[in-house]
Design a protein around this ligand. Structure first.
Ligand code: SAH
Ligand code: SF4
Ligand code: F3S
Length: 488
């Protein structure tokens, strides 16, 4: 580190996010010095795995990189900086990362100046960090979910280490920082918005539910709700920038505020979001059935801005298995909740998540799952084969279900789920409904793609000037997962 850089570090403000903005500027200057005047900045490729939380985090990461002078690219094999934002919810998510990392080995060898970084849920697991360090020595930067806000500072540190230790091996220059728990919520980081008209907004981080199969509470930490004033201020700002649809994000939005006695409830938060001028549609993810209150159903029924789509993961239809999963509801409880929602809000589209092959699941348990699927008539369901996650209580359960039995149940479940989806799809054919126009329809010249309130896609001919706007579209025919329509 030269004298000037030492001075720079000593001058960094202690408070956040000012400290990170300081490092963003330091990176920007450094990159500028290294490039001929007027040349474009280095390229970066952010690859995101997993859920909406990760997608939201990636927008923050990309925002930081762009502010520091990087230019976004999708070319993973060529980018000057590649960052993987990882997921570890199921084993195949992990395999996915290692496949992608392996494919970068050659190009990194040819261009050692490229930066390879990994962050996200998988990096909150000590074993995985160890594996990356041992088997993928060409990874330059590792950080976790709790210190994502420190990305700029960590990247700056890496840039400096690379300069001063060029003679040493890559693994000794590597920057690794993973925190065991979140020390704070840092707001107001730069943001790179994927769509100008819709945006995800975090309302809480982490999870307290400890479903016995799930790793999320271990890698995302305890539930922390953001202050409602901060959430509302962010949404007002987004509305002033032209955003018409927000998606409120949390592992369990229904328990929003439970960690802070002074905070408002989730239904009240929804009411206040709906009052913001300019916001026309409000979505949220995910709802845990055990915390879905009558007040929430009431608000959904009353507020036309709340979209007609509820994702309500059931996981299993067997009361026994639900108990072993620590879901804290029964088969009957889930069904009566569905009944209540359907009777109050008949046009609500319901989707769910289902796991097959949880330890101890018998054919009878599985039949209960099929029974709920048939009765609840989900518009669609994400079906997963149970994946053993080290460190979770279910991983230590003795009665794991043999692979061939699970596979057979999975196929039968998929058949049932798809059959019902097919029957349910197209039920709005002939109606004229409001669509948020999201972009040009890939593949059909002069056509657009939009989304109904119930989250189903509609393709129709129209002018690109409509993108980002709400339009009334007549649904002419159903193609299963989408409609073809025409503007009214
Ligand atoms: N917080 C959300 C779910 C987040 S994980 C909720 O509670 O609904 C998304 C989905 O992944 C879960 O709903 C579950 O169906 C699935 N999942 C989580 N852990 C899993 C595991 N170990 N094996 C298979 N599927 C799993
Ligand atoms: Fe995982 Fe359960 Fe929390 Fe969802 S509610 S993130 S499934 S522990
Ligand atoms: Fe995966 Fe982390 Fe989301 S483990 S599902 S990316 S919270």
């Amino acid at each position: 580190m030269d004298k000037q850089e030492k001075e720079l570090l000593a001058l960094a403000p202690q408070e956040e996010p000012a400290r990170q903005y300081y490092f963003i500027e330091a990176i920007r200057r450094k990159l500028l010095e290294e490039r001929p005047a007027g040349a474009p900045g280095p390229s970066c490729c952010v690859v995101t795995f997993g859920c909406q939380m990760n997608a939201r985090d990636s927008e923050k990461i990309l925002g930081i990189l762009q502010k520091a002078g990087f230019q976004e690219t999708q070319q993973e094999q060529q980018a000057d900086l590649v960052l993987f934002n990882t997921c570890t919810v199921r084993e195949n998510a992990n395999e996915h990362l290692y496949g992608r990392l392996g494919r970068l080995k050659r190009s990194k060898k040819e261009h050692p100046e490229r930066i390879i970084a990994i962050c996200g849920c998988m990096m909150q697991e000590a074993d995985e960090v160890e594996k990356v360090q041992q088997k993928y020595p060409y990874v330059d930067l590792i950080f976790g979910t709790h210190n994502l806000y420190r990305f700029a500072e960590l990247l700056f540190e890496l840039l400096i280490r690379r300069e001063e230790e060029t003679a040493r091996r890559a693994r000794e220059r590597r920057v690794v920082e993973v925190l065991p728990a979140a020390d704070r919520i840092v707001e107001e980081l730069p943001n790179s918005r994927k769509y100008p008209f819709k945006q995800g907004v975090n309302i809480s981080f982490g999870c307290n539910n400890f479903c016995t199969y799930c790793i999320v509470p271990y890698v995302r930490g305890r539930e922390r709700s953001r202050r409602s004033d901060d959430i509302l201020a962010e949404i007002r700002q987004l509305a002033s920038e032209g955003v018409v649809e927000v998606m409120l994000l949390g592992q369990n939005v229904n328990s929003y505020g439970n960690d802070n006695p002074e905070e408002i409830s989730f239904p009240e938060l929804l009411r206040r979001v709906c009052r913001i001028d300019g916001i026309r549609r409000v979505r949220f993810m995910t709802s845990h059935p055990k915390d879905l209150s009558d007040e929430l159903i009431q608000v959904m029924a009353e507020e036309p801005k709340i979209c007609r789509h509820l994702h309500l993961p059931m996981q299993s239809g067997s009361t026994e298995i639900l108990k072993a999963m620590n879901r804290r509801y029964t088969k009957e409880g889930y069904l009566s909740l569905v009944e209540k929602i359907r009777s109050r809000i008949p046009d609500m589209s319901l989707t769910t998540d289902i796991i097959v092959g949880f330890p101890g699941e018998t054919e009878e348990d599985f039949q209960d799952t099929l029974d709920v699927v048939r009765k609840a008539r989900f518009d669609s369901a994400f079906t997963f084969i149970y994946s053993k996650r080290t460190g979770t209580p279910a991983a230590a359960m003795e009665n794991q279900v043999p692979e061939d039995v699970v596979k057979d149940r999975f196929d039968r479940l998929l058949q049932t789920v798809e059959g019902i989806s097919k029957e349910e799809s197209g039920r709005d054919t002939g109606k004229t409904l409001e669509v948020l126009v999201e972009g040009p329809d890939e593949g059909r010249e002069g056509w657009l793609t939009g989304r109904l309130s119930n989250n189903i896609l509609v393709h129709f001919p129209g002018d690109q000037a409509l993108i980002g706007k709400l339009a009334m579209v007549k649904l002419l025919s159903s193609k299963g997962f989408y409609y073809l329509g025409e503007l009214e």
